[in-house]
Design a protein around this ligand. Structure first.
Ligand code: 5GP
Length: 189
């Protein structure tokens, strides 16, 4: 997606610790026109899959998942990062290590929102070491649902997540793959 790559080059800010800040258009202030186009692109890529549900993780995946879901006409369900009293009944749960906050937290999803009949498209903003995505994959596997694939907006290709996930055989589509980034240079694969 050239539009996305241009935006990353223009407005992305490289922070220490291999963190790319895209909070002016993706995960703090959100450019709805751009994210709509991202949703359309995921629809184009996964058009052949019988998707019944889009799964993401709070917080920054939710907006992207919602705009994407419009094009599939399916619900969005998001994994919550800690136990909530609002969730009734049984939950699927796994542990995820946060790349940006460097700590481990529990991720839960109410069992009533994901069942063995579902075909799930997993959506997230970033793929770095793959912990968030592996947590979401765990949850789908616990439910017995089918993983149709994973759609990532920005994959940092110099970190191991993409390789690890592709080796599992799961279909992974990343709209922009960053090959390398430093304070003054960012290149795409
Ligand atoms: P992973 O679990 O693959 O190591 O990291 C993915 C998660 O960490 C994503 O859900 C995303 O929120 C966050 N993340 C990873 N790398 C970056 C980054 O460079 N910038 C931002 N803004 N978030 C990131």
């Amino acid at each position: 997606m050239d539009l996305l790559k241009e935006r990353i080059l223009g407005d992305g800010i490289v922070k220490p610790g291999n963190v790319l800040k895209v909070d002016s258009f993706l995960n703090h202030q959100m450019d709805i026109d751009l994210i709509n186009k991202i949703g359309q692109e995921f629809k184009r890529l996964f058009a052949d899959e019988p998707i019944t549900k889009i799964l993401t993780i709070e917080a920054s995946g939710i907006g992207i998942a919602c705009l994407t879901a419009q094009y599939f006409n399916v619900p969005v369900v998001f994994a919550k990062k800690s136990q909530s009293i609002n969730l009734e009944g049984d939950v699927y749960s796994t542990k995820v290590e946060s790349f940006t906050h460097k700590r481990e937290y529990d991720v839960i999803l109410s069992k009533k929102f994901l069942t063995a009949e579902d075909h799930v498209l997993i959506i997230d903003d970033f793929l770095a070491n793959g912990c968030a995505l592996r947590g979401l994959i765990d949850i789908v596997n616990y439910s017995g649902a089918t993983i149709a694939g994973a759609g990532i907006v920005i994959e940092k290709g110099f970190q191991c997540g993409g390789k690890v996930i592709r080796e599992t055989g799961i279909r992974l589509e990343s709209l922009a793959i960053i090959e390398s980034m430093t304070d003054d240079a960012l290149t795409f694969a």
